[in-house]
Each structure stands twice: as C-alpha cells, then as structure tokens.
Design a protein around this ligand. Sequence first.
Ligand SMILES: *Cc1c(COP(=O)(O)O)cnc(C)c1O
Length: 447
Amino acid sequence: MASALPITPTDPDPSFAELLAGRPHLSMHALDGLMVEGVPLHRVAALAGTPTWVTSAGALRRRARALKAALAAAGLQAGIHYAVKANTGLAVLRVLAAEGLGADVVSEGELRAARAAGIPAAAIVFSGVGKTERELRLALAEDIAQINVESAEEVEMLSALATTLGRVARVALRVNPDVDAKTHAKITTGRSENKFGVAIDDAPALYARMAALPGLEPVGVATHIGSQITSGMAAYRAAYVRLAELVQALRLAGLPVKHVDCGGGLGIPYRDEPAPSPEALAGAIKATLGGLGLPVMLEPGRWIAGPPGLLLASVVLQKQGAARRFLVLDAAMNDLVRPAMYEAWHGILPVSPVDFVAPVGPADVVGPVCETGDTFARGRAMPSLSPGALVAFLDAGAYGAAMSSTYNMRPLAAEVLVDGDRFAVVRERQSYAALLGDQRLPDWLTE
Ligand SMILES: *Cc1c(COP(=O)(O)O)cnc(C)c1O
C-alpha cells in the first residue's frame, strides 16, 4: 500500500545529480534539459505526448554486452535468454535479438512476440507452471529450443502431445531448490511452498521418467529462485550447489544432461541500494556449476530491460493540500504499478533544466486514478512544478509497460525507442476506438 511508504525515508533520497550520475544513457543539457542518449525528452513529448515509455537502445545493448562479457571472463560457455515478460515491446526484443540474445517466454503471446521480433525458434525457451495444451502445441510446431517442465503431470501431458504430433520436445526439468528465504525475503519462487518447479528430491525419478517416455528428450535442469535479488550471491550459490549435486546424481544414473539453466532474478539499484554485478553472478555460477563442464543458460529480465527505460509524464497541476503538497501527473498506477503494488521506489527527475536546479521541498507525487494507492512517492524532494512540466520516472523499463492496464478507462501509453540521436514511436498510444472496440452490447439490451 502506498500509505505504508515512509514519509521521511531513513536515509536522504539521492539527489537529482546523484541519480543522473549512475545512469550513463541520461544527461542534463543546459538548454535542452534531460536527454536520453542524443534525444531531448521535450522533443519526445512534443511528438508522442505523455505519458510515454522511453527506452534507450544503447543502454539495452550496453547491458547485454556487459552480461555476455562477465560470463565470458569467468570462462563460462553461456547462452542468454532474455525473460520477455519484463518488457514485451517488439523494438526491445529486436535490439536484444541483434545482440544475439534468445528469449525466455511464459505464454503464447510472448512466444509470438519473440518470433515476430525475429528471435529464432532455436533460441527460445518456454517456462511456466501452467502452459496450456494450445501453448505446448505451438511450442512443438515451432520446434523451440527447450520447454522447461515444472511437474510430473506436465511431463506426461507433453509426452502424449508430442507423440501425437510426431515431434520430440527438448525438455529441461525446473527444480525448486528450497533455498532459505528467511534472510532473503524477496526470494519468493525458490521455496518449497511456492508453486514453481518440482522438489529437488523428486527430480531424479522424474528425470528418469522423462528419458523413458516417448516424445521427450531431456536436455538439462533449470531453476529460477526469484526476482530483484539484491542481497548478494548467497541464495544463488545455495541453489546452484544443489543443482550441481542433482546433475552429478543424474549422471551417475546414466542420464544425459547437456546444460544447466540458471534462471534470472539479478536485481538492480532503483534508489541507491547495493546490487550485485553480473561479474558476481558469473563468479557464483563458475564456483558452483563450473566443475560440471557444461554450458549454462541465463534468463535475465529486469537486469537487462529495467535501467534502459523511463516513463515520461506531465504535471497536470500542483495542489496545495491542508497538510501536504501534491504533484498530480497524467501518468498513474495503471501505467506504472510498481509503487502501488510493491511499494517500489523510482527516481523522479524534472526534465526542464530550470526545474532541475530549482529549490526542492517535500511533495507527494500522485496520479489521477481514484485510489489512494495511486501514489508514486510520498514526501519526495521536488521543485515547484507548473502544469505541463515534464518529469521522468527512472528504471521503469522492466515490469513497467508490461504490467500496465487500462484501469479507469485510461488508454495504454505510447512507447518510444531512442537510438543515438534518432527516435521513433514504436507503439502508438492506444486509441479510444481500440479501448472501446472489443466490447459488445447483447441484442436484448439494445432492442
Ligand atoms: C520472471 C522470470 C525470469 C526473469 O526474472 P528477472 O527478475 O526479471 O530477471 C526468468 N526466468 C523465469 C522462469 C521467470 O519466471
């Protein structure tokens, strides 16, 4: 709940200049104001209006390359499958595809998006605890690289389906390593009570079953222990040690294991919290799984797509309440839900060079939606802003646009890609015709 956000944070918030310093694709220009790469955000607003999602192609590329370099420097043979759910934009997928990244998808829609963006089927992994028969049929028809199976029931279903279709599904078994979340409260998918994967103790028997069944080719084991992991490498190491033990047990039983899928979850600093580096993750993988001599796979979402994206919004008005000052924006929780949903902190920068250096005082930054939870920040140090002033929510590229809704009948925001000094609208703002167009009134109400 946004009302639980601290009014006065324990540590002072980072200053605007400090927020800029850690984000090399952003800069403040004395005349043009806040820029993404070579593009002033006021030009983006003039073209596309607000609210608009803005993604830096350069930052996407830089992060993909940094991750590849860290894995290579650790001596790992690694394939990166970007977790599409973090940002499903076709332009984002296209940039990452050109960097040689594959895709980790969790639905038919994501599989279609990855293919539409030019990611080859041979570079696509399908994850998820409840893939439907229709989704599995499509995955088999496309002959994607790998399906990560998550239950004995799914193994049987997929074997039958593949046999019927005359296909062989390459399958990896997702295991739940039951890593201790007590000291890592945000690790929520790798505990035994979570719905994901099969218990690691059940994995050897199920893997043997996969090898025996027709229509399946077991190729490895997989895990994914959670998201926004910033607590260091302890949880990763604990999970990967268990995975390495499992692989050794499978090998002893004469079962083939071709690679290990290490999942995603690498966290990013939204405020100024310490966050692990790709080098740390590569080191943890090398130390725990390196001895197996197998290629590994990674499924990062947030780490790749989060920092390159921002949400550009306009001030509707500044309202002086009885006790507090409110900055009311034209963006709302239906666009960026993370503050309302996770009490997430996002940096908010004024775009105008004058506003950027103006005196600041505490303000609640809110949207117009009819929910108290539609609060982006409380007591944030912000200048006085006039109607129409632009602000940018930082690090909004992952789980931003992808989680947005049309609540309050608000159209989905436009999306813009910036690449050097070029930019283009890559998703039109949803029209009211589209927003209303799927609805039908039954005859008996209109007679
Ligand atoms: C969500 C998800 C990811 C990506 O998680 P991030 O925290 O964005 O890196 C990777 N693998 C699976 C199976 C997921 O469900």
